[in-house]
Design a protein around this ligand. Structure first.
Ligand code: 9D3
Length: 246
């Protein structure tokens, strides 16, 4: 998979893409990631990429020309057709299902804006998939682009050390009806810490009982913490009953 990122702030990508899982995946050639400065395609003598909004208002608007030329030039760097993605608060909210779909593409071109907005005409011309990472206000699309790259690349076979990890995540573990479930709680040594014991069942060696307990924990936690993920709404009493002896 090849991912190209178009931005006005390439330095924002240096750390995250070279550290940890991302860095290892790139070194192992499991994913190829290139960051490009949109300003490099400005034809203006002062390398201008933004201008004042027609109709007035605060902030600056990203101009059509540099972004348009940047996308076409970057796409020519590889013959595979690219899925274009614009990170924008007006986009479809990201879900794990969307991430899985994007991970199946051989090539992605991510566009991160950092102004009050982008001239609507270049959005219409490029017709990107418009994606938001959630309903809160950030300063630009750079961090959302990194969030997407992280979520996508960890699904590429070989990227995670422990191959089962991705399959066992919250939003990947499903209940009997295919609903996503949150993760089970985790414990490690010591057996007693700060006056609290690790749940007895985890020390029992009974793998069937442990699997059933963990599943029940996932169901209970999802129902109490994320009722929006369950098809049945929680009853007033749900989550308060003990699950220790399930
Ligand atoms: C306060 C400015 N807003 C006026 C209504 C518009 C606005 C423009 C640009 C708000 C945020 C941004 C910058 N954010 C993104 O480019 C962005 C984003 C986000 O802010 N939240 C969640 N997902 C995304 S994806 C891109």
């Amino acid at each position: 998979m090849r991912i190209d990122i178009l931005t006005l702030f390439p330095p924002m990508f240096d750390g995250p893409l070279n550290a940890s899982i991302q860095g290892r995946a790139r070194e192992a050639k499991l994913v190829e990631i290139h960051v490009h400065d949109i300003r490099d395609w400005s034809t203006d003598k002062h390398n201008k990429v933004d201008d004042r909004p027609f109709g007035g208002g605060p902030g600056m608007v990203m101009m059509c020309q540099p972004l348009h030329d940047a996308v076409l030039a970057v796409e020519k760097m590889d013959p595979r057709p690219a899925q274009r993605i614009l990170l924008t608060p007006q986009g479809e909210r990201t879900t794990q299902t969307m991430v899985e779909t994007l991970a199946s593409h051989e090539r992605l071109v991510l566009i991160a804006g950092h102004y009050e907005g982008i001239d609507e005409r270049v959005i219409e011309e490029l017709a990107p998939l418009e994606v938001s990472i959630g309903d809160y206000v950030l300063s630009g699309g750079e961090l959302p682009a990194l969030v997407l790259v992280d979520a996508i690349t960890r699904l590429i076979p070989g990227v995670l050390g422990h191959e089962d990890s991705a399959a066992e995540d919250s939003f990947s573990v499903k209940d009997g009806t295919g609903q996503p479930l949150l993760d089970t709680p985790h414990y490690t040594r010591p057996r007693e810490w700060n006056g609290t014991e690790v749940p007895e069942v985890l020390l029992s060696g009974d793998h069937g009982a442990i699997a059933r307990w963990r599943h029940q924990q996932r169901v209970d936690r999802t129902t109490t913490r994320r009722p929006d993920l369950r098809h049945s709404q929680p009853t007033p009493d749900s989550g308060t009953s003990s699950t220790q002896d399930v």
